[in-house]
Design a protein around this ligand. Structure first.
Ligand code: SF4
Length: 169
């Protein structure tokens, strides 16, 4: 993996878990609101997977999960292998993704996924490998959907509601 940085300990990136977050370098989008603009260019990152893996192994008894974020981690050709390595330590795997990287299809299982820019197709793919999904552009507040207008046109609101309802059961 080409890695732009790491958060060594966080309770914010995977609900109810203590995690290390690994930020992939490079994203196909250039969102105005991106909090990690320095991670958008596809260029050599500050760290490689070997270094980050040593860090994870060293801390494995103090964390419960590793989150792959970015940048867009599904453009990393070894994202699936990295997820499997994390799982081999008995840790959960989280992914923050826009679902547009060509290597998303290689990932076999996720314990948590924060999906931005949702579409029906992406949701179906993520649902097949993960049963804990958050959609960053949809908020369910006081019994109402908010920000639904920001969804892309091929994402009917009904499908989002069905997905969230299924997760809540
Ligand atoms: S998809 Fe995410 S990482 Fe990529 S530019 Fe947009 S906010 Fe930033």
């Amino acid at each position: 993996m080409n890695i732009g940085g790491v958060t060594k300990f966080t309770m914010l990136d995977f609900p109810h878990e203590l995690a290390i977050t690994v930020y992939a370098q490079g994203c196909n989008r250039t969102c105005d609101y991106c909090h990690n603009k320095g991670l958008i260019p596809f260029k050599p990152g500050a760290l490689d997977w070997k270094e980050v893996w040593s860090m994870i192994v060293k801390r494995k008894d103090f964390i419960s999960a590793v989150v792959f974020s970015g940048g867009e981690p599904t453009f990393q050709d070894d994202i699936s292998e990295s997820c499997s390595m994390v799982r081999s330590l008995g840790l959960k795997v989280g992914l923050h993704t826009n679902g547009e990287g060509s290597f998303l299809k290689d990932i076999e299982h996720l314990d948590y996924c924060l999906l931005s820019h949702p579409t029906n197709v992406k949701l179906q793919i993520i649902k097949s490998i993960c049963n804990f999904i958050e959609l960053s552009e949809v908020k369910w507040i006081d019994g109402k959907w908010e920000n639904i207008k920001t969804l892309e046109t091929d994402t009917p609101a009904r499908m989002i509601r069905v997905s969230i309802s299924a997760l809540e059961q």
